[in-house]
Design a protein around this ligand. Sequence first.
Ligand SMILES: [Zn+2]
Length: 415
Amino acid sequence: MSAANNRETILQIVETAQPFQVTLAERALIRELLTIVDSVGGTTAVSKRALLAAAFDLIVAAEYYRSVGHIGWVYCPEPAPALYYPYTNICPRCGLDNQFHFHAANKPGSGIIGRRTSRLLAHFLSELFTSKGLNVAVLKGSEPIDIIFVDQATTPVTVMFAEIKAAPLLTLPLHVASQSLIIDTDNETQAASHRVTDFSYLFGTQMNLFVPTYNAQSGSWHDKTFPIGIRQDVHDTEWAYRGLTKLLIEDPTFFTAYAEFWAASLQAYGQRSQESVYWLTNACGHPSPRPDSWPARRTGSGYETVSDGKTSVGMDRTDDIKKAIYQVIKLGSDGKPVEDLKFLVGVVSNIHAVRHFEDYLASLKDIIWTRSTSAQVRIASDLAPDTVLYNLFDGIIAITQTFSRDEWINKVFDF
Ligand SMILES: [Zn+2]
């Protein structure tokens, strides 16, 4: 394709692209989080980028909490009896002490997660650009383009097509206090142990977020809770968006406590620490050591995990990385060369490939390419002197970390 034709095609795709849908409650939470990150930045050891990525996980959490139900809670007897609604396969409070009580996680299916997370990431980035005073449009592409960024303020106009690979590091379990459950048999009373328990009074009851907090004196993580509000009824699916926004406004200690837990969890995830908060992160794998009571897999052989290794965190799933590499090559080779347009391609995520960057991306990030029908090209001077070279990835972009070979990306995605 000629550079002029490619320009036409790209501009046509941009013209027909639609904005991502967003509700008022979603937008209010995103804006409140960005305000809080601005005010907290510098007052905690957590970097600005980590604060932003932690904030994004809270938005995804509000999305997950849309579908919290009466079923799927685990009863934990001690120290204070409570019900938890966990997102990894354990009682979260006991997991902090490396005690594993199996309870099936309440995660939505991976197909749903991908779509919802992509939409929210698009909005988050859009609001983030606005807060930085940038006027970058964020649009929904159609296969094979996930997301389109357009900056009319540059000359020529900048258009970036990108693949989104996004998923949360963790989702805070929900908590409600419980009576101490007893089992009464033949006039003998026993305290109940961990068990699957329905939460009959879900609608209309105040729920809390379970936020582990670090106690420097004991050197360990303890359970702490913050009120997140009330789901009124079956139609009230935005309850957590409202509840989180209110909590952020009313309790300035919440976000800092949460962000410190989140940052420690990211480190534990990267190091595969097998300790405490690690067991609340996605893709944490098998319990270690595995207790005798730990169940075998419901399907297939072997044992259940606390969170499946295939669960992605950001762009860190190897299958996702491989797919993203192809998509970026395809978008780049279809669209370049192009004239009178700055056309970029990349992959966008909330969290960089923490575990797999070295093995899967490090050797690719500096690749540049061109086209040649000659089989005789060995060194650059074998090409015509005006041969244009292109980046394989103009950017491997995440809220937590960005690798880029382009000034515009460096500027726009500098958080
Ligand atoms: Zn427990």
